[in-house]
Design a protein around this ligand. Structure first.
Ligand code: SF4
Length: 87
């Protein structure tokens, strides 16, 4: 697995470009964006992976393409417009 480049270890934790990084969550397992740094694993795209999964699937996950295809059938904007019109 690739190393997280440009990350630095500080007293507060691992920092990258001024963001404090949180370790990946279980759902990230298998994603190509996971990087090793020191004793943890971090996302190369998001400082806080848990929040990326809080509202559903992470939209940058590389290991869950099938789920993306299924989700793509429902456009949330159109669905909410339809709901607002009462249809
Ligand atoms: S891109 Fe999403 S799924 Fe992949 S490691 Fe980052 S937060 Fe986890």
């Amino acid at each position: 697995m690739a190393i997280l480049e440009k990350a630095v270890k500080t007293d507060d934790g691992v920092m990258l470009n001024g963001f404090l990084l949180s370790p990946i969550v279980d759902q990230c397992d298998g994603c190509d964006r996971v990087r090793d740094f020191e004793e943890g694993k971090y996302c190369s795209s998001y400082p806080n992976p848990a929040s990326k999964w809080a509202g559903g699937r992470c939209n940058f996950a590389t290991h869950a393409k099938i789920a993306v295809a299924q989700q793509a059938k429902v456009n949330p904007l159109k669905a909410s417009k339809r709901a607002a019109k009462g249809r």
